[in-house]
Design a protein around this ligand. Structure first.
Ligand code: PLP
Length: 478
């Protein structure tokens, strides 16, 4: 029976249990490859194994760990499996996990510089490192912040744009009804969500058509803006995507900037997954024209070996962002803030509180070094190229979109039903996990390569499973 005056886990026990947990994670890394990638539980199955009521008295740690294996693990889809090719990667790594652990251990709440100066200064510094590492425009230096997600980055950009356009009147008087924003038909749903949250309304989000590659057409954007201006509406925000979710299409940032600039619209660039590729100079073409953008984000929590969550967000003019989001109640006043010499990152984001996320990013960059990160990104792109070649050579499969980086969109030539059945069979096998999209209104499979442990053998094995699972018959020529 635990003593009523001492329920805490004491440092000695924490040390012992902590080692057990680190061992558990290391074992998981070793065995995850053998686990069925997509969880096989049915809806409600995990909850049915959990007790109705919380424990009245403390439970043994061993029991909790045992339940982790027997109840939780079967309900996990293994994003860290080298056979995970679905959606986009969320590639964790040893240094990131340890950085996350340190962040939890320090338990810092970094809302203001003064609440933990290192939390703020390391973040500013690491984001400046990334300006160099990704070859980002100089205007972003000193203007970076970590958000939880690309969705939040888009929302903050939109709010800053809204306040800039209305001379801060939206915050004071409410959102005027004449504001209009633009994104391509291929932009991520987070843009639509941001538009709703910011009070712009779906009705004032124009979905701009794309070219044959899925990239936003600057001429179509220009036409839409001109039509809106002609009826007295105010274009204020454009969301470009570098690496669309469906097919990795690259919006022409420079061409879009030429349309936005003269019309006073803020250009935000969402490079959630693809941005990491710019670590390698040969892939920096994806950012052509970025020097004219007002804001930019990418997610180390997708393809840069950094545990979720971690989105890096830069603005060209931080004053616009801070003016949109800053509120200083009496209880947060302090000398450092008043000196004007520090950043208070709470003013750069929606929530007040913030975690020490820069620690894990710092540890990842120091562990791999720029060369290590480049090595793995190149490797993933090469594996995608290898896979795309196999598809291209196979009489029953075809590529559904160009492949700029690590995502291959492909399909069986037998039509939607065949592809849907193929996907179900593959995912039920447990050997790999793929997801789909629609391209040219046809059901299309997506092979997204970027998991930390994915190697040639896994991609080869995926290809063999795919070809062995598809129905015989029809080929491209028939
Ligand atoms: N933007 C793009 C292009 C994406 O592919 C995704 C995720 O799929 C997102 C935004 C949303 O990312 P987050 O979960 O960080 O909000």
């Amino acid at each position: 029976m635990a003593q009523l005056d001492g329920f805490h886990m004491q440092p000695d026990e924490f040390r012992r249990r902590g080692r057990e947990i680190v061992d558990w994670i290391a074992d998981y890394m070793e065995r995850v490859e053998g686990l069925p990638v997509l969880s096989r539980v049915r809806p409600g199955e995990v909850r049915a194994k959990l007790p109705e009521a919380p424990p009245r008295s403390p439970e043994p740690f061993e029991q909790v760990l045992a339940d982790l294996d027997s109840i939780i693990l079967p309900g996990v889809t293994h994003w860290q499996s080298p056979n995970f090719f679905a959606y986009f990667p969320a590639n964790a790594s040893g240094p990131a996990i340890l950085g996350e652990l340190l962040s939890a251990g320090l338990g810092v709440q970094g809302m203001s510089w003064t609440t933990s100066p290192a939390c703020t200064e390391l973040e500013t510094h690491v984001l400046d490192w990334l300006v160099d590492m990704l070859g980002l425009p100089e205007r972003f230096r000193g203007n970076g912040v970590i958000q939880d997600t690309a969705s939040s980055a888009a929302l903050c950009a939109l709010l800053a744009a809204r306040e800039r356009k209305t001379g801060r009147a939206s915050n004071s008087d409410g959102v005027p009804a004449d504001l209009v924003c633009y994104a391509s038909t291929e932009a991520h749903s987070s843009i639509e969500k941001a538009v709703r949250i910011a009070g712009i309304g779906d009705r004032h989000l124009r979905r701009i058509e794309t070219d044959a590659r899925g990239a936003m057409r600057p001429d179509a954007l220009k036409r839409a803006m001109e039509e809106d201006l002609a009826v007295g509406l105010r274009p204020f925000f454009v969301a470009a995507t570098v690496g669309t979710t469906s097919s990795h299409a690259l919006d022409p940032v420079g061409g879009l900037a030429e349309v936005c600039g003269p019309r006073g619209a803020w250009l935000h660039v969402d490079a959630a997954m693809a941005g990491t590729a710019a670590l390698c100079p040969e892939f920096r073409f994806i950012h052509d024209g970025l020097e004219h953008a007002d804001s930019y984000c990418f997610n180390p929590h997708k393809w840069m070996f950094t545990n979720f969550d971690c989105d890096c967000f830069w603005v060209a003019d931080r004053a616009a962002l801070i003016q949109a989001l800053s509120i200083l109640p009496e209880y947060l006043r302090n000398k450092a803030t008043e000196s004007g010499a520090v950043f208070d990152y709470r003013d750069w984001q929606v929530p007040l509180g913030r975690r020490f996320r820069a620690l894990k990013l710092w540890m990842v960059i120091r562990h791999y070094g720029v060369e290590g990160l480049q090595f793995h990104v190149r490797r993933h792109v090469e594996l995608a190229e290898w896979f795309a070649q196999r598809v291209d050579e196979h009489p029953q499969f075809e590529l559904a979109a160009p492949r700029p980086l690590n995502l291959v969109c492909f399909r069986h030539v037998g039509g939607d039903e065949v592809n849907e059945r193929l996907l179900e069979t593959l995912n039920a096998s447990g050997e790999l996990f793929l997801t789909h999209t629609r391209i040219d209104d046809r059901f299309t499979l997506r092979m997204s390569i970027g998991q930390t442990w994915t190697e040639q053998a896994h991609v080869e094995s995926a290809w063999n499973t795919i070809t062995a699972s598809c129905p015989p018959g029809r080929d491209r020529s028939s």
